[in-house]
Design a protein around this ligand. Structure first.
Ligand SMILES: C[S@@+](CC[C@H](N)C(=O)[O-])C[C@H]1O[C@@H](n2cnc3c(N)ncnc32)[C@H](O)[C@@H]1O
Length: 298
């Protein structure tokens, strides 16, 4: 199984304008796909990821670069990018990359609880040592909180029905696994869980699972915090590149870049977001929906 299929690889690296001997921060190193390309082009990288499994994997895969000092790895959240970068000697860099969301490894690992197609505990934390799990949210959050999460982050039109189903079900027995949750959603939709095809499972569960994951990891809040710090770390003509998969994330990125530009802090390099070519989507369906935006500091 592939740890992760990197999306928009050439497009991102070209737009980051990577050059030999310069420093870069990859705030979401994942399987190290983008980072490896930066290293091959002679850059030095600070690689950050919240997930210890990603770091373990990449430490082994890119061991040679770690040994020769060109790759520094840190487990952490990119919302703390300013602090981490300063501590590691990356306070002035030529480029910063955030490739948002989850890796294929996280989705494909049952016991991380990210997937509605696999059976596992409802966890969904990027960093499994920290914070509340999806199970806690599902069983302890009030009606309004759940409704807000599903409507805002999942754009789920039937969130009232799903929330009522959750409240009814958790009164009888705690909802602990991905299977339990898919069952509750199916029941709320008036469907029999046993008859669900993978397509139907996806149709009814995708938005709810995505919303839960974003809430558990505070994904929008982390992105907002990181965006407010990135320009502080960039040299003049340094670039920040963000790949997003969710309309609210893309909106945050777009608005932040428009705000920087209005303040005269630099130039939007992608007036329209860069999307994967159809050949990439054909080869890697998970790349569908990716949007890349780049900003250059003046
Ligand atoms: C789409 S993957 C990155 C893939 C990588 N670009 C590659 O080519 O292999 C996203 C990664 O970001 C990490 N991540 C998500 N949110 C994070 C955050 N706020 N801080 C640090 N890492 C985060 C996830 O754990 C995951 O490993």
């Amino acid at each position: 199984m592939n740890f992760h299929r990197t999306v928009l690889l050439q497009e991102t690296i070209d737009l980051l304008n990577v050059s030999r001997g310069q420093k870069y921060i990859d705030g979401t190193i994942g399987g190290g796909g983008h980072t490896e390309e930066i290293l091959k082009r002679g850059g030095l990288v600070l690689g950050i990821d919240a997930d210890p499994e990603a770091l373990e994997f990449v430490r082994e895969r890119l061991e040679a670069y770690v040994k020769d000092g060109r790759l520094t790895l840190v487990q952490g959240n990119f919302r703390d990018i300013l602090k981490i970068a300063k501590e590691k000697g990356f306070a002035e860099v030529s480029g910063i990359l955030l490739d948002l969301g989850v890796s294929s490894h996280q989705i494909d690992t049952e016991d991380r609880g990210f997937s509605y197609q696999k059976s596992g505990p409802l966890d969904m934390r990027m960093d499994p040592s920290y914070g509340f799990r999806a199970e806690d949210l599902i069983n302890l959050a009030g009606k309004h909180e759940l409704h807000n999460i599903f409507t805002k982050l999942g754009e789920e039109r039937r969130s009232n029905t799903v929330v009522s189903g959750i409240i009814r079900s958790r009164r009888v027995k705690a909802i602990k696994t991905t299977e339990d949750l898919v069952g509750v959603i199916a029941e709320a939709y008036g469907l029999n869980k046993k008859n669900l095809t993978p397509m139907l499972r996806a149709k009814i569960s995708k938005r709810i699972f995505q919303a839960l994951r974003m809430a558990v990891n505070g994904e929008l809040e982390s992105l907002e915090k990181a965006l407010s710090s990135v320009l502080l770390l960039l040299f003049s003509k340094g670039r920040v590149a963000v790949i997003s998969f969710h309309s609210l994330e893309d909106r945050l990125v777009k608005d932040a870049f428009v705000g920087f530009s209005k303040e005269g802090l630099g130039t939007i390099f992608t007036p329209k977001p860069v999307l994967p070519a159809s050949a990439e989507i054909l080869e890697n369906s998970r790349s569908k929906g990716a949007k890349l935006r780049v900003f250059e500091r003046k």
